[in-house]
Design a protein around this ligand. Structure first.
Ligand SMILES: Nc1ncnc2c1ncn2[C@@H]1O[C@H](COP(=O)(O)OP(=O)(O)OP(=O)(O)O)[C@@H](O)[C@H]1O
Ligand SMILES: [Mg+2]
Length: 250
């Protein structure tokens, strides 16, 4: 399953730039007009939608809650009927804009309950993903959330950190956990918001984290955020160029 789809999860400490870099990765992938990209926002705050300039409508969590209500009132039918209904509902939750589709996961579910529903939802997301060349997941925190809430299989893990020791530590922990828990083919670190070579020289990158490169602190990205502008629409800037080089390495 999913053999031809490249599934990229973007993970790291809070505030290091996961959402911005996810949107910028989508932007790079869409430069190839033959490719279709599915962007998945796994953050309950749904920050990726404005960064991509798409409307965030129904979330997977909304679909899930509808289904749970049906299960509880005895109207859900058997597994095949549930799957058919979910297929329909999930495709209606997809926001599409040319070669880009967007799906928001919504709030994290309460632990332990409705495992079957969660399992079916992941099955549907997995089969949706097969229609795309790339899936980019804005991972909120760690890869285990991605596995639990979005998809079991991740082919590329992009760890994001700022220059801080704490950011790098979180990246290292995420890598360690994912090495133990998940089969993913490639992982690499992107240092974000670096203020130049001099600062770079002071950053101690843990040796188990393969460095893909660094993205400068870029006023174009900052201003886009202030204006609420989509990162797909801004002019090419140093941050975009730097990220392009990181992706080539990945
Ligand atoms: N390379 C960059 N240059 C300038 N500003 C940046 C850059 N990357 C991110 N930012 C800014 O940093 C802030 C945090 O970025 P972002 O929201 O992408 O982080 P996040 O990791 O998704 O945060 P959260 O954990 O809250 O979801 C935003 O204001 C964003 O515009
Ligand atoms: Mg975010």
């Amino acid at each position: 399953m999913l053999d031809r789809t490249c599934i990229i999860a973007v993970c790291g400490k809070g505030g290091v730039g996961k959402t911005s870099l996810s949107a910028m990765i989508v932007r790079e992938l869409l430069r190839d007009s033959d490719k279709k990209v599915l962007a998945i926002d796994a953050d309950p705050a749904v920050g990726l939608a404005p960064a991509l300039g798409v409307f965030a409508g129904k979330t997977v969590d909304d679909v899930r809650n509808d289904l749970i209500r049906k299960v509880e009132s005895g109207h859900a039918g058997d597994k095949a009927e549930m799957l058919a209904m979910l297929d329909y509902e999930m495709f209606s939750a997809l926001e599409e804009k040319q070669n880009l589709a967007f799906l928001a996961i919504g709030r994290p579910e309460k632990d332990g309950c409705y495992c079957q529903v969660n399992h079916i939802l992941k099955e549907v997301i997995g089969s949706m993903a097969e229609n795309f060349d790339y899936v980019v997941i804005d991972g909120e925190a760690g890869i285990e959330q991605v596995n639990r809430r979005v998809m079991e299989k991740v082919t590329h893990l992009v760890l994001v950190s700022d220059a801080s020791a704490r950011g790098l530590n979180v990246a290292r922990t995420i890598k360690k956990v994912s090495d133990n828990a998940v089969a993913h083919a490639h992982a690499g670190l992107v240092l974000n918001r670096v203020r130049g070579e001099a600062e770079l020289a002071n950053i101690r990158v843990p040796e188990e984290l393969p460095l893909l490169g660094w993205v400068p602190d870029d006023d174009v990205i900052r201003m886009a955020d202030i204006a609420g502008a989509s990162l797909l629409d801004i002019a090419d800037c140093p941050a975009n160029e730097a990220l392009r080089a990181c992706l080539k390495k990945l």
